[in-house]
Write a protein that binds this ligand. Structure first.
Ligand code: CA2
Length: 148
């Protein structure tokens, strides 16, 4: 039974590749999923890839990952919480509450953008942060947590 990687994507990331290519690139979320599948296959890891526009769904998947973690089957979680990064208290509560090893990911360099994107409620609960590497960051994130 391979260890699992959860890649969780938050609000509006289903629109990837359809608008704002200068910020987020031209690849779609389906392209990102294929890239994650390839990265996981290289490391012999299983992949659970999800996207939701609803905060509660993301929390439910973090809880699910927490149960896998408790059973010793989780390599880690990659979370791009989208704009919930800058607003949600419930997401870091879920990360801390479950104890999942989690890497926070952003496609864009949030620090080169509007001031309201400079603060993350998730970073204090994350083990690592990848930011500004485009969608290639997802594969690099999986390479990193394969070593956790
Ligand atoms: O850079 C990132 O990955 C972000 O997490 C993306 C979020 C943004 O709110 C964060 O500040 C940084 C937004 C995701 C929206 O994605 C879209 C993609 C294409 C078209 C429209 C939105």
């Amino acid at each position: 039974m391979p260890r699992l990687v959860y890649v969780l994507n938050g609000p509006n990331l289903n629109l990837l590749g359809t608008r704002e290519p200068q910020v987020y690139g031209a690849q779609t979320l389906a392209d990102v999923q294929r890239l994650c599948e390839a990265a996981c296959a290289r490391h012999g890891l299983g992949l659970v890839f999800q996207q939701s526009n609803h905060e509660g769904a993301l929390i439910d998947w973090i809880h699910e990952a927490g149960r896998e973690h408790a059973a010793g089957r989780l390599a880690g979680v990659v979370l791009n919480a989208g704009a919930y990064t800058h607003t949600s208290i419930a997401l870091p509560d879920a990360i801390k509450g479950t104890g999942v090893p989690l890497l926070e990911l952003h496609i864009s360099n949030v620090f080169a953008r509007e001031a309201f994107r400079h603060h993350s409620w998730i970073s204090p609960a994350a083990r690592a942060v990848v930011c500004g590497l485009g969608v290639a960051g997802y594969a690099l994130a999986i390479d990193a947590l394969a070593q956790w």
